[in-house]
Write a protein that binds this ligand. Structure first.
Ligand SMILES: [Cu+2]
Length: 79
């Protein structure tokens, strides 16, 4: 069983991405909000100093490409 949401389906995976273009706390919030809005994303956390995003997500609901696209749509670049 999934500890995060209590559901029985899906396998939650972790992803780590470098995000370029963030310079302040507002950028951090914007990227986190965009990624969290995706279906299947449980958590999204930005480390502004390291420029990294870590997230727990269900790859059956959103793919890595979906996450990258959401970041791009918010105005930043995932590498
Ligand atoms: Cu900013």
């Amino acid at each position: 069983m999934c500890k995060t949401c209590g559901c029985h389906g899906g396998k939650i995976e972790k992803l780590k991405l470098t995000v370029e273009g963030m310079s302040c706390n507002h950028c951090k919030m914007a990227v986190e909000k965009a990624v969290r809005a995706l279906p299947g994303v449980m958590t999204a956390e930005i480390d502004l100093d390291a420029k990294t995003l870590t997230a727990d997500y269900d790859p059956a609901k959103s793919t890595l490409d979906d996450v990258k696209r959401a970041i791009a749509d918010a105005g930043y670049k995932a590498v």
